[in-house]
Design a protein around this ligand. Sequence first.
Ligand SMILES: Cc1cc2nc3c(=O)[nH]c(=O)nc-3n(C[C@H](O)[C@H](O)[C@H](O)COP(=O)(O)O)c2cc1C
Length: 219
Amino acid sequence: MKIIGVSGSPSPNSNTDRAVKAVLESTGMETEFIKLSHYKYEPCRACLKCTSTNVCVIKDDANELVQKVKDADALVVGGFVPYSSLDGRTKSFLERLYCLRHQKGLMRGKPGGIVITSAVPQQEPYPPIAEVGVAAVKAYMNAEGMNVVGDVKIFGTATCAKCGYGNECELSGIKGIFGPDATVEGVGCPRFEDQPETLKAAQELGEKIAQELRKDSDE
Ligand SMILES: Cc1cc2nc3c(=O)[nH]c(=O)nc-3n(C[C@H](O)[C@H](O)[C@H](O)COP(=O)(O)O)c2cc1C
């Protein structure tokens, strides 16, 4: 049994990376973590040349990723939500898995986990931005007949808290998200590990994926 976990976050050792790793670790199984920004690949060209072969004709790094996902027994997908939709790297990665679909349904039945980080808190009165990312990954997993096991939503860092102009920039997300009195110092950089419910959700997701895999191998 092998589980692949990918992170579409390009920031080094980011919240998304660490949460995906926490899910993988909690499975207690053989795992591999993949940082998508270390690979160069295009989105799907919709040329449909993969339909009879299940092999993509684009010659780039995605072929290596597709092979790893094909060989894996489960997949954990981590991303974030720039401009309130799933990040481009993660989206393109999912599109490139399209070649595994045709006729054989090579992802069918595989357990899938989802990790999404947003700078907007996941509670009232904020809009449910992370849900948009979860829905996008879930759409891929459902379309391929995967077994969607669960998701983890992380309250992450507003990039304006790190840019150096977050307190004075008129477009700062600090005030945009948290109101006119908010400051970079007050908002800070929320960490996945400091959110006990989120940490627990990641651990439980890993355990559930392992349970599903054990169930599959018993059947
Ligand atoms: C170009 C860009 C646009 C962003 N837009 C949003 C947004 O609309 N909503 C949101 O919640 N976060 C937004 N973010 C913030 C990221 O979701 C946040 O920084 C998240 O913590 C990134 O995850 P990471 O720390 O694991 O890389 C944006 C980030 C970038 C780089």
